[in-house]
Design a protein around this ligand. Structure first.
Ligand SMILES: [Zn+2]
Length: 313
């Protein structure tokens, strides 16, 4: 609070505020965490460099990473539905819609009532089923998913994508250049030796800061791929049940398409696995397109495109 109100070294009365996710979100976005003084919502600059009032809680690099994570989390949370199936967001119908878990009570020949769980395309819930519109028994589908996933990606090493934040000093460079121009004019007009010496030393500080900023005016943020030394099969064997496996597949970027038509239902389903490397490969071959961190919608569309290409081939 002191940093926000530009009061140093005074005891501030605590004000109560509701502790909500949006309050927390706002705090996590403030450069105050870097110990930087703020003025009217902007970082306070002196000689073109942000003024630090306090020891940083987060380093500049940590803060930049946090900003990426907060944005990605916001996007992610928007898609979360409560009570969803472990396979929510992983299983897709060839029509491009998500498949949902559903259940009914089935009566066996023996008269025993047994719950029947299955997956089906979300188009059912709109009352107008898509052309594929088949529901597949849960156990059968889980077995097929496991088989298809391990066959395709089991031996592959799990890689993690880490975001390396970029830096943009161009605005500050511009401001400093302008300030140096103004100072040079003042120096030319200065009459008193005291004023001259003060202006000259400010100019020198500005020039030194400018030189530092010019060394790296603009570095774009980028993703870096880091190997974990563990294969998907190894990781899979450590996970207990689908409540762990489903979210793992989803977060790792796997999208599974369940292929099969209602009219030849007897032939059963086929599970097509679109892996994160499939998407990454396609991304790198397209020069312009680039999925931003946390953009699930773009990722899902890309996976669907790949699936369609696989079907077409
Ligand atoms: Zn469908």
């Amino acid at each position: 609070m002191n940093a926000g109100e530009r009061k140093g070294g005074v005891k501030t009365d605590l004000k109560g505020a509701r502790w909500t996710t949006s309050t927390l979100g706002k705090i996590l976005k403030k450069p105050i965490l870097q110990g930087i003084a703020m003025h009217k919502g902007e970082a306070l600059l002196r000689d073109g460099i942000p003024v630090r009032w306090a020891d940083p809680i987060l380093s500049d690099e940590e803060f930049a990473k946090l900003q990426v994570a907060v944005v990605a989390l916001g996007r992610h949370r928007a898609g979360i539905k409560s009570k969803s199936s472990p396979m929510a967001g992983v299983l897709y119908c060839p029509c491009g819609r998500k498949m949902y878990e559903n259940g009914s009570a089935g009566k066996l020949n023996t008269g025993e009532i047994r719950p029947h769980r299955y997956f089906r395309c979300s188009s059912w819930s709109n009352g107008k089923a898509c052309e594929f519109s088949v529901s597949w028994p849960q156990d059968q589908l889980y077995a097929m998913v496991e088989h298809a996933f391990l066959a395709k990606s089991g031996d592959e090493e799990i890689v993690e994508r880490q975001y390396v934040p970029g830096r943009d000093n161009r605005k500050r460079i511009e401001e400093l250049e302008r300030a140096i121009g103004n100072l040079s004019q003042s120096i030319a007009l200065a009459a008193s030796p005291v004023a001259l010496s003060s202006l000259t030393s400010t100019l020198e500080r500005h020039a030194a800061n400018l030189e530092e900023l010019m060394a790296e005016p603009f570095v774009p943020g980028r993703w870096q791929v880091v190997g974990t030394g563990q294969t998907y099969a190894e990781k899979w064997s450590t996970m207990r049940g689908w409540s762990e496996r489903g979210p793992f597949l989803c977060e790792a970027g796997f999208r599974l398409f369940v292929w099969g038509r209602r009219k030849d239902r007897g032939r059963g389903a086929t599970v097509h696995v679109i892996s994160p490397s499939d998407v990454a490969e396609r991304e790198s071959s397209a020069l312009v397109r680039s999925i931003e961190p946390g953009d699930e919608e773009a990722w899902n569309l890309e996976a669907l495109e790949i699936f369609k290409e696989v079907l077409g081939a």
